[in-house]
Write a protein that binds this ligand. Structure first.
Ligand code: DAH
Length: 373
């Protein structure tokens, strides 16, 4: 029978020297695997006399247990060491100053912010929001809105026309958001779709329609692409008094002032009768224009009672329904509210400008949180 001491010593050294899990596993297999040295010794027990087995058995089993325990201990040691090494490599210095997250560094364009403010105010008043296409037909942009064929009002709009299509008609970039009025009224009047067999939704209609508009025009206060918001109310007895109230409430909320004085001047739009332009009271004595005080007036929007022809063109009966509409330049009121002097800068994509005039992404305008605070 071999003396166990040298085998024990060499296995212990091999275990201590194993510096990876794989090396340790190789030692384990060499000792305790099927063909391992200790397994071979255990196999000899069967051929021994009971006396010899009594003497050698405990020694061999003792060695087996000792080596098993040592291997487990070394394995735990190697695991702890590997974890320590990983933690050291992945160390994060939490005392470093925070880098701004991309969402915090980005800015919301004042036009987007103002559109959100406008929709927040009108939603609160019970208006729905609707949108229409930027590329319109001559019918929606002009004809349905009661612009007579060949009437000079069509020329007034400096329209961008596309080349004629196969059917000879020219599409155009909408010159105002008023065509969305027609689309909204038509939708209201649409027969129910097979998908949900409810009756067509009749007026009352209360919608605001923000969006991009286009005219061939460019200077400090005009850009070829600009933004408007259209408003439309259609019911059986809507009247100018309500129009006035809606506009006053909106302007007070938007400019965040206690009161505004409005001045209604007679005007002309083919799609309203009577038509009016609205000036808002302002103070121009300082560096910036202040709304809701002073003795100056600033033209701010066009409005009127929707022309019966427009109501008829949209498929509603003008003998039953009547209403009012208004249209307002969004960029213009954004300039006024936030003191931005040059409209062209809105669309220059200059990062310094957006850093200065832009809004933080989580500053969502709400009436309860303060619109612009
Ligand atoms: N669409 C007109 C424009 O762009 C603005 C306007 C005036 C809209 C009167 C209206 C309205 O809805 O009633 O100049």
């Amino acid at each position: 029978m071999t003396d166990l001491a040298p085998m024990s010593a060499s296995l212990k050294k091999a275990i201590a020297d194993a510096d990876t899990q794989a090396a340790l596993e190789a030692v384990r297999v060499s000792a305790l695997g099927k063909k391992g040295s200790i397994s071979a010794l255990l196999a000899t027990l069967g051929q021994m006399s009971p006396e010899e087995r009594k003497e050698k058995g405990p020694a061999i089993n003792g060695l087996k247990n000792e080596i098993t325990v040592l291997i487990e201990a070394r394995r735990a040691e190697l695991e702890a060491y590997a974890l320590e090494k990983r933690l050291a490599a992945e160390k994060v210095d939490i005392t470093l100053p925070l880098r701004p997250a991309p969402a915090a560094a980005g800015r919301i364009h004042p036009v987007s912010q103002v559109i959100d403010e406008i929709t927040a105010i009108f939603s609160d008043m019970g208006f729905a929001i609707a949108e229409g296409p930027d590329i319109e037909t001559d019918y929606y942009n002009f004809t349905a809105l009661n612009f007579p064929e060949g009437h000079p009002a069509r020329e007034m709009h400096d329209t961008f026309f596309f080349s004629p299509g196969a059917d000879g008609t020219r599409k155009l970039l909408r010159t105002h958001t008023s065509p969305v009025q027609i689309r909204v009224m038509q939708k209201t009047n649409e027969p129910p779709s097979a998908a949900y067999l409810t009756a067509p939704i009749d007026p009352p209609i209360r919608v605001v329609m923000p969006g991009r508009t286009y005219r061939n025009d460019s200077d400090q206060t005009h850009t070829p692409m600009f933004h408007q918001v259209e408003g439309l109310v259609i019911d059986k007895s809507s009247h100018i008094g309500q129009l006035r109230w809606v506009l006053e409430e909106f302007l007070k909320a938007f400019f965040e002032v206690e009161s505004v004085k409005l001045r209604f001047r007679p005007s002309f739009f083919p799609f309203t009768e009577p038509s009016m332009e609205v000036d808002v009271q302002c103070d121009r004595s300082g560096n910036e224009v202040k709304i809701g005080q002073g003795s100056d007036w600033l033209e701010i929007l066009g409005c009127g009672m929707v022309h019966p022809n427009v109501i008829r063109n949209a498929g509603l009966d003008p003998d039953v329904y009547q209403g009012f509409a208004w249209g307002m330049g969004i960029d213009r009121i954004a300039m006024l509210k936030y003191g931005m002097p040059d409209l062209r800068a809105f669309f220059d994509a200059d990062k310094r400008w957006i850093d200065h005039y832009g809004f933080r992404p989580f500053d969502l305008p709400t009436l309860f949180g303060g619109l612009s605070s």
